[in-house]
Design a protein around this ligand. Sequence first.
Ligand code: ADP
Ligand code: MG
Length: 212
Amino acid sequence: MTTELFSTLPLSPAMLANLDSLGYKSMTPIQAQSLPTVLAGRDLIAQAKTGSGKTAAFGIGLLNRINPRWFAVQALVLCPTRELADQVSKEIRRLARAFDNIKVLTLCGGATMRPQMASLEHGAHIVVGTPGRILDHLERGSLDLAGLQTLVLDEADRMVDMGFYDDIAKVVKACPAERQTLLFSATYPDTIRQQSARFLRNPAEVVVESQH
Ligand code: ADP
Ligand code: MG
């Protein structure tokens, strides 16, 4: 197996140094296959098993497009559960150490609304959350996605299994048409393929088969 180094990607020296400090020497297979497409700005559907490094595959991509000096929500990551949203926020914060002052906000159900609304008033560059709560904020007007550049549907298979499809569709409607959409999943059954096709525009598809 060939090792593909992060340094082969068009990333800033600061991001490369940060990846090195995180101990990320070479790309995992899903990262190697998806990052060139993600960094080129194209929509993507990516499928690889749990633990294969999917968070960094979209995290490095969305961070690369963030303008830290513009205090608007530029990226939104939808996750099926609070636990997964917390994990994704944590990983994005680690990756974001390469930049000055990138604010990542986690918005999940189960927590009281008011502190979340106060945090949103202070602004954030990246929001990670569960579909129902994100929709709630959109409907109350506490979250504005007009400046969104990147939408990520993480664990899309689980989100659809958990009945979030309608909420996701409504959130997508609140996103600018001109955006990059990335769908990551551990499995990608036909039903989800058909249902999620309308969220993406001419997506590239990457599948990393799991080794048994
Ligand atoms: P997935 O979303 O596919 O389940 P994660 O994004 O949670 O996987 O990553 C699994 C683990 O692999 C995490 O602990 C993460 O820090 C680590 N990881 C990700 N990319 C790399 C890399 N290129 N080199 C080493 N470790 C990595
Ligand atoms: Mg994941």
